[in-house]
Design a protein. Structure first.
Length: 139
């Protein structure tokens, strides 16, 4: 069995944002030489997410509004976490909702995604460098 590990780095200049990372994940699969297997794509920070969905601007705007209703950034005093001097209590909750990781099948050396499916990095407390782990195993 082959194993391949790669890290992707992001520095989103705003507090929140979504980045389509499907091309980077696909390139990692090609680099790995794995034809049949699995790829794990994992946000390595507790205020960031990896998820799969459609790459459609309206949907991304809907996510932004929905997440802000569920876990609004302000007032900062509503989160006990912020009593530690942080201002990102909402970002931890948003990450929990959107998820930490995805696993995608590799078939014929390619990501085996469904129609319209794309892999995204979701940032909920940006403005600093963060990373995503891409771990590939298979034959």
């Amino acid at each position: 069995m082959k194993s391949h590990r790669k890290e992707l780095f992001f520095n989103i200049p705003t507090r929140r944002g979504f980045v389509n990372i499907t091309p980077e994940v696909s390139a990692s699969v090609t680099e790995s030489g794995v034809a049949e297997g699995l790829v794990l794509v994992n946000a390595m920070h507790i205020t960031a997410s990896v998820f799969i969905n459609d790459d459609e601007r309206g949907l991304h705007g809907d996510y932004e509004k929905w997440l802000e209703r569920l876990a609004p950034h302000e007032p900062l005093s509503q989160y006990d976490h912020n009593l530690t001097g942080e201002d990102n209590g909402d970002a931890h909750l948003k990450r929990q909702i959107m998820g930490r990781e995805v696993v995608v099948a590799i078939t014929g050396g390619r990501l085996d995604l469904g129609p319209w499916e794309q892999v995204f990095y979701g940032e909920f407390d940006g403005r600093r460098k963060k990373r995503v782990l891409v771990k590939i195993i298979g034959e």
